[in-house]
Design a protein around this ligand. Structure first.
Ligand SMILES: [Zn+2]
Length: 294
């Protein structure tokens, strides 16, 4: 038994968006679904392991961002139970707000990027609270409420390590852990506290959506905490000069490119960082946090 990664080849790119599947003698358990636009790739990945979508009876979501949960409705239609934090539940039952806030960022690209978005009946959703455990097919899966990237974020502690969603950042092979900062929920203070919660769990393995399975868990989590400090110091300086994020996109983009190149040598990996965590999106999320914080 183990947890395996399925690469969804998001927008045709390898090693960009992953979902994870825990195989047990009684059946598979899916963590994240990815976007609906990647469903063919997900079904292909499931078929390679010997499953059909209708074999998935349990889906654990870390958060409801469309690159993580956009196809959850499809598995619900096949009869699956979907596990999510209370603050995410209402957006699955009625995705209109979610669509509205994603459209503000992605505009006319919505369909291409994410595919279809449909509501999920509340009767198929299970709300998970911090430290709540679910035993499925003999496997205990425990919720770690972990806001900072999203207000409704849960990392799932499994017998094989922690499925992190985005709270443990993004990390491309050979590169550092970076915080993805899309609006509207970014909160660095909460994020650091969430990382402390994960560190206290002493996991050995982290499953990271963007992208991979990493076995230097504690170092990774501590590195991300310091990276957030570095990002905050630089971006708060920009914010104090001018609180309009559109005025700082280039300064932040340049800084970020330098920051990645200090830590990574491969051009291919550097490019993966800018695709996985576009500076023009992160600056919106970060400045929104400073504006709310006052
Ligand atoms: Zn996210």
């Amino acid at each position: 038994m183990s947890i395996k990664l399925i690469d969804l080849h998001f927008m045709g790119r390898a090693e960009s968006v992953a979902v994870f599947i825990m195989e047990t003698p009684e059946g598979p358990i899916l963590f994240e679904t990815g976007p609906h636009s990647c469903l063919p790739k997900l079904e292909e990945g499931l078929a390679n392991l010997g499953y059909r979508a209708s074999d998935i009876k349990h889906v654990f979501l870390t958060h409801i961002h469309l690159d993580h949960a956009g196809a959850a409705w499809y598995f619900a239609e096949q009869g699956a139970t979907i596990y999510v934090h209370a603050k995410g539940e209402k957006h699955l039952v009625d995705p209109s707000k979610l669509i509205h806030s994603a459209t503000k960022i992605y505009g006319g690209q919505m369909d291409l990027l994410w595919g279809q978005i449909k509501p999920i009946p509340a009767s198929q959703l299970v709300i998970a609270d911090h430290q709540e455990s679910f035993t499925i097919y003999g496997q205990t899966i425990r919720a770690l409420f972990s806001p900072g990237h999203a207000v409704h974020h849960i990392a799932w502690h499994t017998p094989y390590g922690v499925v992190c969603g985005d709270v443990a950042g993004i990390r491309m092979k050979g590169g550092p852990a970076f915080p993805p900062c899309p609006p509207p929920d970014i909160n660095f203070e909460h994020w650091r506290e969430s990382l402390d919660i994960l560190i206290a769990e002493s996991p050995e393995v982290l499953y990271i959506s963007h992208f991979g399975i990493f076995d230097d868990a504690i170092k990774h989590l501590k590195d991300l905490k310091s990276e957030i400090d570095v990002w905050e110091e630089f971006t708060y300086g920009l914010f104090q000069q001018n609180s309009d994020p559109t005025k700082s996109v280039f300064a932040f983009g340049d800084w970020l490119e330098k920051r990645v190149s200090q830590l990574v040598t491969s051009e291919e990996v550097i490019e993966k960082y800018s695709v996985a965590n576009p500076p023009w999106i992160s600056i919106l999320g970060i400045f929104r946090y400073y504006a709310k914080r006052g």
